[in-house]
Design a protein around this ligand. Structure first.
Ligand code: SF4
Length: 332
């Protein structure tokens, strides 16, 4: 993805051209109910690899902390837009504490809402919007978090679909795929989690599946597989992987037949309904009746449903958006 235009553009090459080793602080906002993720900050770990290769000194931090490390460059990451407050807290603290340091903010919220950040912090911060290709190809610095045993990776970016409720077309407008993911699996890890938005679109999915099969590692296509792209071949290849859970999405009634057919293919291959989890969007253009019908469909098809409440892309408290077709009471 191309970075944001304007004076807030972050340029990794410019950072890398410094003559002396940098002291780089990588900050994940304080994990809490307001900033919840079970995963480590992948982009920060890739930045760690990038800077370590340049000979820079790197420190990874969660939340606000003073540790005697005087950085000259600070990266702060962000999650989805409703989790913006802990990001602001981190920016406030670190930009005041280290007044001479560059402060670069990235991640989903920073990419989707640069103006919201700009209004509050102006020129004190730089915003890194979207994906930086040079970083994306790097193995994250898992050695900084030795207790973590799962490799998280993207074999592709973007998606060919343009679902109006989804931020992917904005964050990753172009579909791009890599041929191999072997180099993104960290030695000693026991599992691989894919964050691809639509891996089955990749022209290299067969090769990726072969690499996974050879690795013998557990696999989770965490963002779900596109039911419209399931075929006898894909489900047979899937069956050969150690994928305890297969995730699909049934976000609108428009994909009913594809989801039904995909579930049928999976079950015919011997993947039981208990292992098929289907995300089910609500609180968007649907109505409560429509949502209940989709849930009933999933029940009748014998799979596990996973309701997903639509969240607005604009910053605001989690679960504050209420679709005109729903009421607050219906959503509670
Ligand atoms: S298929 Fe999934 S990733 Fe692609 S645009 Fe739709 S919701 Fe987003």
């Amino acid at each position: 993805m191309t970075p944001n235009s304007g004076s807030f553009v972050f340029d990794i090459h410019e950072i890398g051209r410094k003559a002396h080793p940098l002291k780089v602080l990588l900050v994940e906002p304080q994990k809490s109910r307001k900033y919840h993720t079970p995963y480590p900050p992948l982009a920060l770990l890739k930045l760690a690899t990038y800077h370590e290769r340049k000979g820079d000194f790197v420190k990874l931090e969660n939340g606000i902390s003073e540790n005697g490390f005087e950085p000259d460059t600070i990266y702060i990451t962000s999650l989805f837009t409703y989790a913006w407050e802990p990001v602001h807290e981190a920016i406030r603290f670190y930009s005041n504490r280290y007044k001479k340091a560059r402060v670069i903010v990235g991640g989903v919220y920073a990419s989707l809402c640069p103006d919201h950040l700009k209004e509050r912090f102006g020129d004190r911060i730089e915003i890194c919007g979207g994906v930086v290709p040079e970083l994306d190809a790097l193995l994250p610095a898992y050695w900084l978090i030795p207790e973590w045993k799962t490799s998280i990776l993207f074999s592709s970016r973007g998606c060919i679909r343009k679902c109006p409720f989804c931020s992917v077309p904005q964050l990753e407008p172009k579909f791009e795929a890599r041929k191999s993911i072997k180099h993104l699996i960290y030695p000693g890890h026991r599992k691989v989690v894919f964050w691809d938005n639509n891996i089955l679109v990749s022209p290299y999915w067969r090769n990726i599946f072969s690499e996974l099969e050879e690795s013998g590692l557990k696999v989770d296509f965490n963002q779900g597989l596109d039911a419209r792209l399931l075929t006898e071949e894909t489900v047979l290849r899937l069956k050969r992987l150690k994928a305890p859970i297969v995730r699909l999405a049934y976000d609108t009634k428009g994909v009913k037949e594809s989801v039904k057919k995909g579930i049928g293919l999976l079950k015919n291959t011997g993947i039981s309904g208990r292992r098929i989890v289907v995300y089910c969007l609500f609180n968007y253009l649907d109505t409560p009746t429509d949502f209940v019908e989709r849930m009933k469909d999933l029940l009748s098809w014998g799979v596990v449903s996973y309701p997903m409440r639509y969240q607005a892309l604009e910053p605001g408290p989690k679960d504050s958006y209420i679709s005109p077709n729903w009421t607050k009471e219906q959503l509670e």
